[in-house]
Write a protein that binds this ligand. Structure first.
Ligand code: HEM
Length: 527
C-alpha cells in the first residue's frame, strides 16, 4: 500500500511511480546512490535492447541471483528461536563451566529444530529424526549442544555418515527422496549395518513423529566430559526434557497434517511464542565416573547405546525457555552455524568415534555453506563475550583491529601488542592416550541388539503395534526380497513376536536369524 504521503506520478510507460516523501526513505543502490526509476531498465530506444551500462538494474539482478546459499547437507529444513537458559543451582562440584557456577544465572540461547533427511522444502511431519541444536552464548564463549530428539544414533563411526545419508536422501537419478516410494537403499544400508538396530526401533516408534517441536525431548547423544576446577573429569550425558510433556502423532495423522499444512511444526512454534506461551525444557544430566562406566556391559563411547536412567538417574539442573522468534529467518535460522567442537572450559569431549568425526565435519561444511571462514562474525554466531585473536582477512571480514600487531609473539607493549594467552584459557582434559594405530572397531561396541530389545519391550502394547505397523509399511516398499529378509533376520535378535507380526503383515515367512557380525562380549576387553 502506498504511503499516503507519497506523491504518485505517471511514468513514461504509463505505470505508476511512487516517489519518496514524508516518512519513507529514498530508495538507493547498495552504493547509496538515489534511484529515480525502479520500474524500467535503461534501453537504447523505447523498444530497444537493455544497456549493460544500467548499473542499478545489474546490481539488483546480481543480488537476486545470489540470494540462495547451499542448503545444509543434512538437517536442511529447520526452524529457530531465541531464548535463555537458567540454572537451578551451582554445579561447581561437577564443572568449572562458567554458566553453571551460580544458581539463577541466565545465559542467552538460540535453538534450531530440524528434520535430517528432507530438503529445505520438505514437509514437517516426516518419519525422521529431529535435530535439537542449542547455542548457549556463555560469558566464556559459545557452547553448542548439537543434539537430536532420539538418544542414540544409526552408526558408531563417523566414517559411515556419508553412506548413511546417501542411502537415506533422494536417489541421484530421480532427484526425489525415496521416503514415499521405494525404500530399497535405506533398508539395504540398514540391513548391512546391524549397529543401527537400536536406532531403527526408535525411528519406527511414535517418538519419531512428534506432535510439535514443543513436545519432544532432546539429547546430546554422545558421552561428554564435565571437568571441575580441580581438573577432575566425569562422564556426562545431556538431556532436554520438555515441560509441555512428550506427545507424538500417529502415522495417519502425520500424513493428513503434511497434506493440509506442511509447515505445521513451524507454525506451532511461531504461534506459541508469538502468543506468549513460551515452551520450556529442563536440562538433565546423567553424571558417572570412569570406574562406573567400566561396569556397564556396553561401551559408553558407543553412540548406539543409552545409559539406562534407572542406573544413572537424570538430574535436572536448569531450564531452557524460548521466548523470541527471529527477526529474519535467513539471517538467523539459515545462517546459524552449530558445531560440536564449540565447547567452553569445564566441558570436554570423549573418544566416541562419532563425536570425533563430527568435530571435524561441522566446521568444514560451514566453511562452504557460509562462504568463508568469517561466519562467526554473523550476529547469530558471534559470541556475546569479547573476542580477540590474530585471525584476519578472508571473505566478509568484519573485524579489523587497528593499531596493534597481527601476530605473536611480538615485542610490542600495551595495546599495541594485542591479546595474549591466559591461564584462564581452555585446557583439554589431559586424558592418557596410547595404543597401536589401527583401523578397527573395539569389540566393546559389538552388541547391537540388547538395547534395541530393551527399548521394544519398554513400549506399551499400542506403541509396540505402531512399531509393527511402521515396519510393515516401510518394508512393504522394499521390493528386493534379500534386503527385506536381511532386516527381518536382524529383528529376530530383538524380539521373535515382533518379527512374526511383521512377517504376517508382509505375507512372508520368518527368515533364519542373522549371524551377528561379532558375538556380544560380556567380559569387555578394553584398551
Ligand atoms: C547438521 C545433529 C551426526 C554432520 C546437524 C544438525 C544437527 C545435527 C542437530 C543441524 C544443525 C543446525 O540446526 O544447523 C547430529 C547428531 C548426530 C549427528 C545428534 C549424531 C549423534 C553427524 C555426523 C556427521 C554430521 C556423524 C558427520 C560426520 C553434519 C553436517 C551438518 C549437520 C555436515 C550440517 C551443518 C551445517 O551445514 O551447518 N547435525 N548429527 N552429523 N550434521 Fe550432524
Amino acid at each position: 500500500m502506498a504511503d499516503q504521503h507519497d506523491r504518485e506520478t505517471v511514468g513514461k510507460g504509463g505505470e505508476t511511480h511512487q516517489t519518496a516523501s514524508g516518512a519513507r526513505p529514498d530508495l538507493t543502490t547498495e552504493q547509496g546512490v538515489r534511484v529515480a526509476d525502479d520500474q524500467n531498465s535503461l534501453k537504447a530506444g523505447r523498444r530497444g535492447p537493455t544497456l549493460i551500462q544500467d548499473q542499478h538494474f545489474r546490481e539488483k539482478i546480481f543480488h537476486f541471483d545470489h540470494e540462495r546459499i547451499p542448503e545444509r547437507v543434512v538437517h536442511a529444513r529447520g526452524y529457530g528461536a531465541h531464548g535463555f537458559f537458567e540454572t537451578y543451582e551451582s554445579l561447581s562440584d561437577l564443572t568449572c563451566a562458567d554458566l553453571f557456577q551460580r544458581g539463577g544465572e541466565r545465559t542467552e540461547a538460540f535453538v534450531r529444530f530440524s528434520t535430517v533427511a528432507g530438503n529445505k522444502g520438505s514437509p514437517d511431519l516426516a518419519r525422521d529424526v529431529r535435530g535439537f541444536a542449542v547455542k548457549l552464548y556463555t560469558k566464556e564463549g559459545n557452547w553448542d549442544l548439537v543434539g537430536n530428539n532420539i538418544p542414540v544414533f544409526f552408526i558408531q563411526d563417523a566414517i559411515k555418515f556419508p553412506d548413511l545419508i546417501h542411502a537415506a536422501k533422494q536417489e541421484p537419478d530421480r532427484g526425489f527422496p525415496q521416503a514415499q516410494t521405494a525404500h530399497n537403499n535405506f533398508w539395504d544400508f540398514i540391513s548391512l549395518t546391524p549397529e543401527s538396530m537400536h536406532m531403527v526401533m526408535w525411528i519406527m516408534s511414535d517418538r519419531t513423529i512428534p506432535r510439535s517441536f514443543r513436545f519432544m525431548e532432546g539429547f546430546g547423544v554422545h558421552t561428554f566430559r564435565l571437568v571441575d576446577a580441580e581438573g577432575t573429569s566425569r562422564f556426562v550425558k545431556f538431556h532436554w526434557k520438555p515441560n509441555q510433556g512428550l506427545q507424538s502423532v500417529t502415522w495417519n495423522e502425520a500424513m493428513q497434517l503434511n497434506g493440509a499444512d506442511p509447515d505445521y511444526h513451524r507454525r506451532d512454534l511461531w504461534d506459541a511464542i508469538q502468543s506468549g506461551d513460551y515452551p520450556e525444557w529442563e536440562l538433565g544430566l546423567q553424571v558417572f565416573d570412569e570406574d562406573f562406566a567400566e561396569r556397564f556391559d556396553f561401551d559408553v563411547l558407543d553412540a548406539t547405546k543409552i545409559i539406562p536412567e534407572k542406573e544413572v538417574p537424570v538430574r535436572r539442573v536448569g531450564r531452557l525457555v524460548l521466548d523470541r522468534m527471529v527477526n529474519n529467518f535467513f539471517a538467523e535460522t539459515e545462517q546459524v552455524a552449530f558445531q560440536t567442537g564449540n565447547v567452553v572450559p569445564g566441558i570436554d569431549f570423549t573418544d566416541d568415534p562419532l563425536l570425533q568425526g563430527r568435530n571435524f565435519s561441522y566446521l568444514d561444511t560451514q566453511l562452504k555453506r557460509l562462504g568463508g571462514p568469517n561466519f562467526t562474525h554473523i550476529p547469530v554466531n558471534a559470541p556475546r563475550c569479547p573476542v580477540h585473536n590474530f585471525q584476519h582477512d578472508g571473505h566478509m571480514a568484519m573485524r579489523t583491529p587497528k593499531g596493534r600487531a597481527n601476530y605473536e609473539p611480538n615485542s610490542w607493549s600495551g595495546a599495541a601488542a594485542g591479546p595474549r594467552e591466559t591461564p584462564r584459557g581452555y585446557e583439554s582434559y589431559p586424558q592418557h592416550v596410547e595404543g597401536p594405530k589401527v583401523r578397527e572397531r573395539s569389540p566393546t561396541f559389538a552388541d547391537h541388539y540388547s538395547q534395541a530389545r530393551q527399548f521394544y519391550v519398554s513400549q506399551t502394547q499400542v506403541e509396540q503395534s505402531h512399531i509393527v505397523d511402521a515396519l510393515v509399511f516401510e518394508l512393504s516398499k522394499v521390493d528386493v526380497p534379500e534386503i527385506r529378509n536381511r532386516v527381518m533376520a536382524h529383528l529376530r535378535h530383538i524380539d521373535e513376536e515382533l518379527t512374526e507380526s511383521v512377517a504376517r503383515g508382509l505375507g512372508m515367512a520368518v527368515p533364519d536369524k542373522a549371524t551377528p557380525a561379532r558375538e556380544p562380549i560380556t567380559d569387555l576387553p578394553r584398551s
